[in-house]
Design a protein around this ligand. Structure first.
Ligand code: NAP
Length: 499
């Protein structure tokens, strides 16, 4: 069950949001009375409530907004009990002083915004002893291991226990706590009104992560990165899992570089079935791979892991995704693949990072004559030596004509949407222009290329393709690419733009 926090200053707004949530099938709300301005009318908020409610009134030290006296706060909580609230949330330092009364259930809570205590089990037992019906522990995750300790504490608890880690690192616990036995998780009414670090909105919890359908049998996949909050992979993969009816969930795991080894050693404790891998881990994960596909061996970087009894197996879907996206564009224009197409027997790759390297490898394997142009020419030369292609300085990128121009730099990405890495007067109608940037899909380079009559391949094409190849590897069936593309487009159009 998802418990949705309502934190509004006016009683009528609280009542309206409560009604709205109940009408949308939400079965439990948390009324955050510390947000109410002026006198709190507990009876008014609980009378005729459309679905069960937890009454909470937090002090600033516990992440709340209560500005009046502690005496008044306890009076509000006692009133909620007398008025028959379904649950009342009592912090562990006051729970002993507020007696049980009537049918109101007691949630005994503990918050730590600085870290996760070493002995969560004994903390949980002490809290359970305070006449708790439900124990709630919310602590800041400072490393991914904190998440596992929290979830394992929940699994071992003798009375219902909600265990959540806060912060970007802790986010997976919010989605997975039910899988480990939490009676409910917390989400906010609106993504822009977060009540605790790392919280997500209830619609995202319900519709993207499908919280209510997660069981102990649900397989766990995800993306590891640092940072990870900007990643669109969870939206795309979860949409595909829902469409295919696969009992699995895909989560964003923020894993700092110094925690990568430990995270991968502990993969069985989640347990993880597969991971997407992105910056800064694409090369470092290879230390753990028991086997690697041919592309990983050639490129020296992986973007996909599969966990089996023998350990992680590494794949790289970027290069194939890029080349397949290019081929699909050419097929749409009446060509059969790249190799014999005169117009695309040469390609200019802009940039010399991970994406450029994968692209240069992929194109070279299809016998395309590749030239890498980069701001830091030494990096371009390194790729050229590894791939067996040419390297030129950034300023030389317009000097020769190429059949295909590929942008593998972030130039043109949100918020710098008025920038292009390639000047429009050098675009020719015979060119294929491929921009790997996918946010926005229609970058300035893509718009100008379209105007110049070029064939185009977008970063959305490549992103969806690489995710679709991952899906095929993990789930052994074709991916619902249309659904994935729509999910990505919706997310880039409506979400807060990544930093
Ligand atoms: P990366 O390893 O950080 O490499 C970025 C490259 O771009 C570096 O060579 C960098 O040059 C260059 N660069 C950055 N800003 C530049 C500027 N203003 N002018 C010229 N060159 C500049 O990143 P990556 O992993 O390769 O990713 C690059 C881009 O590819 C991403 O931004 C993303 O949009 C796109 N991408 C798309 C997909 C997809 O599926 N569609 C997948 C992966 C990547 P220096 O070395 O001089 O800093």
């Amino acid at each position: 069950m998802i418990c949705v926090g309502i934190a509004r200053g006016r009683h009528r707004h609280v009542i309206a949001e409560h009604r709205h949530l109940a009408d949308n099938g939400v079965g439990l709300v948390e009324l955050r009375l510390d947000f109410i301005q002026g006198n709190v009318q507990v009876r008014r908020l609980l009378a005729d409530r459309p679905c069960p409610a937890v009454v909470t009134c937090r002090r600033p030290a516990d992440g709340g907004h209560w500005s009046r006296s502690e005496e008044e706060r306890r009076l509000v909580l006692r009133t909620a009990i007398v008025e028959g609230a379904d649950y009342v949330d009592l912090e562990d330092d006051i729970a002993g002083a507020v007696p049980r009364y009537g049918r109101t259930k007691r949630i005994v809570s503990h918050h730590d915004f600085t870290g996760t205590p070493a002995d969560l089990d004994s903390l949980q037992r002490q809290m359970a002893a305070l006449d708790a019906d439900v124990v709630k522990i919310a602590t800041m995750a400072t490393c991914p291991e904190d998440n596992l300790r929290m979830l394992e504490m929940v699994r071992g608890a003798e009375i219902p226990t909600v265990g959540i880690c806060m912060g970007e690192i802790g986010m997976p616990t919010r989605v997975l706590c039910g899988r480990f036995g939490s009676p409910f998780t917390y989400a906010t009414f609106h993504e822009d009104r977060l009540l605790a670090p790392g919280q997500i909105g209830w619609r995202q919890m319900r519709d993207v992560y499908r919280y209510d359908s997660i069981t102990p049998a649900t397989k766990v996949y995800g993306v590891i990165a640092d940072p990870v909050a900007h990643s669109y992979s969870p939206v795309v993969h979860n949409a595909a899992l829902a469409e295919a009816g696969i009992d699995a969930v895909y989560l964003p795991f923020r894993v700092p570089a110094e925690n990568l080894d430990e995270f991968l050693f502990e993969a069985h404790r989640w347990p993880l079935s597969g991971l997407s891998v992105t910056i800064p881990h694409k090369e470092a994960v290879l230390r753990h791979a028991q086997r690697s596909d041919e592309m990983v061996k050639a490129i020296g970087a992986a973007n996909t892991l599969v966990f089996s009894a023998d350990g992680p197996e590494a794949f790289n879907t970027d290069a194939d995704a890029a080349v397949e996206s290019l081929e699909a564009t050419l097929r749409d224009h009446g060509h059969e693949g790249l190799v014999d197409v005169n117009a695309v027997n040469s390609a200019l790759v802009l940039g010399a990072g991970g994406a450029a390297r994968a692209l240069a490898f992929g194109l070279k394997r299809r016998k395309i004559d590749v030239t890498v142009a980069a701001r830091t020419v030494e990096r371009a030369k390194r790729i050229a030596a590894e791939v067996g292609c040419k390297a030129v300085d950034w300023t030389a990128r317009h000097r020769m004509p190429f059949g295909c121009v590929v942008n593998a730099t972030p130039v043109g990405m949100h918020p710098n949407v008025n920038e292009s890495p390639f000047e429009r007067e050098h675009l020719r109608p015979y060119m294929v222009v491929f921009d790997t940037v996918y946010n926005p899909e229609n970058t300035l380079l893509i718009k100008e290329a379209r105007q110049a009559g070029c064939r185009i391949v977008t970063g959305v094409d490549m992103f969806v393709r690489q995710a679709a190849i991952q899906f095929q590897i993990w789930h052994d069936r074709p991916a619902p690419e249309k659904v994935m593309r729509e999910a990505l487009k919706r997310a880039t159009a409506s979400a807060k733009q990544p930093a």
